[in-house]
Design a protein around this ligand. Structure first.
Ligand code: NDP
Ligand code: GDR
Length: 351
């Protein structure tokens, strides 16, 4: 029988890759979207899945909308990817971030517990929950203590704990994927990798001449998003739910991203980059490296794309976009597209 999956945050980077992956596995895919003044379906358009998803309006702040989305879609699996996902912005909007990222997960768990406790739940947890751990080079595991240093990470840690509590207390099949940073050409422009690859492309084409960044010494364990969404699915196919670290096991600095992106286009980053204090956070995580041995052992997950391949492919994609835009081509992200009306599910008139 065809399986049904509901993805919150389907319009985001991971939501788009996961929707494509699940459609390739012949799932019926339902995705939640937020009403906004400007359509935000460009990633789904870019992956050519925009008209294959059943869209449901829902907001993680709004319990009634989640209840409706789960009732209408009757999913076998829920992937809770929706979040205010930008760590920097969580310092400006701590209450909203806690509501969406923390209480939002609580709402999803409560809806499942009350409607159908057999639904399997994937929770998008994050390496940010560790904060600044000593001896990080050994690789952080599922057993490493967590001490968040941002409102984002505090909200995600609340959600992480709630998943464990609902799993142990109510027997739900709920799993936390503790994913380390993962990037792609579909990454939001506010995140540092894409900010750099996009600027490098523009600079090389003469479209801009400076790039302002914050902490260049911060180090992260960066992988390729399309590979990470497969781990999400694998976690929900196991006999027993558990929490898993998903990472490459190697960390690189923001400066390494700069060097790799700019060198791939034959330009010297030092001529263009300045450090801007406004891009710094009140607290920042200095270094993160994950150890995915448990995921490798339990469901044979291994990352394949290297850091260099990842950054070079993102830079090449941004260069190509800008080059073609100069030539007058119109892209999904230039001209907001909207799915056909038939894929929107609504409550409709009352009988
Ligand atoms: P994005 O920022 O690209 O996508 C976030 C998604 O959440 C968007 O679809 C957004 O909708 C949606 N969203 C935001 N607020 C709400 C809300 N109130 N109700 C419902 N949906 C909402 O993030 P990613 O795809 O990169 O990440 C997916 C998840 O994984 C997030 O939870 C993130 O915190 C987590 N994560 C990400 C990692 C990464 O490196 N990418 C690493 C570890 C965890 P809209 O399009 O309308 O804004
Ligand atoms: P992160 O990603 O905070 O790790 O969260 P981000 O790319 O925003 O920052 C990574 C590091 O780079 C430093 N930095 C800058 N960051 C941004 N955005 N802009 C800059 O100009 C800049 N200069 C330096 C940051 O200080 C930081 O140290 C991402 C998100 O996807 C989360 O949702 C997810 O949970 C974690 O990854 C794992």
């Amino acid at each position: 029988m065809t399986k049904r999956a509901l993805i919150t945050g389907v319009t985001g980077q991971d939501g788009a890759y996961l929707a494509k992956f699940l459609l390739d596995q012949e799932y019926e895919v339902f995705g939640t979207y937020r009403r906004s003044s400007t359509p935000n379906f460009w990633r789904l358009d870019a992956l050519a899945v925009i008209d294959k998803i059943n869209f449901l309006h829902a907001d993680l702040n709004d319990m009634a909308s989640l209840l409706e989305a789960v009732t209408v879609s009757e999913p076998d699996e829920i992937y809770n990817l929706g979040a205010q996902s930008f760590v920097g912005a969580s310092f400006e909007a701590p209450l909203l971030t806690g509501d969406v990222d923390g209480l939002g997960a609580a709402r999803v768990l409560e809806v499942v517990r009350s409607i159908n406790p057999k639904i399997r739940i994937y929770q998008a947890s994050s390496s940010e929950i560790y904060g600044n751990v000593a001896n990080v080079e050994r690789g952080l595991t599922e057993e490493t203590p967590m001490l968040p240093v941002s409102p984002y990470a505090a909200g995600k840690l609340y959600a992480y704990n709630l998943v464990r509590i609902y799993r142990e207390g109510y027997g739900l099949f709920a799993a936390n994927g503790i994913l380390f940073n993962h990037e792609s050409p579909l990454r939001g422009l506010e995140f540092v990798t894409r900010k750099i690859t996009n600027a490098a492309a523009q600079i090389s084409l003469g479209l801009r001449n400076k790039l302002e960044l914050g902490n260049l010494e911060a180090r992260r364990d960066w992988g390729f998003a399309a590979e990470y969404v497969q781990a999400m699915w694998k976690m929900l196919q196991l006999d027993k739910p558990s929490d898993y670290v998903i990472a490459t096991g190697l960390s690189y600095s923001v400066q390494d991203v700069l060097v790799t992106a700019f060198e791939s286009l034959g330009i010297d980053w030092q001529k263009y980059v300045t450090v801007d204090k406004r891009q710094m956070r009140p607290l920042d995580v200095h270094n993160l490296v994950g150890d995915s041995s448990k995921a490798k052992a339990d469901f044979d997950w291994n990352p394949a794309t290297s850091f260099k391949e990842l950054i070079e492919s993102m830079t090449a994609a941004d260069y190509d976009r800008w080059r073609r835009r100069i030539d007058g081509e119109v892209f999904p992200w230039d001209a907001p597209s909207y799915p056909s009306e038939s894929v929107f599910l609504t409550r409709g008139p009352q009988k």
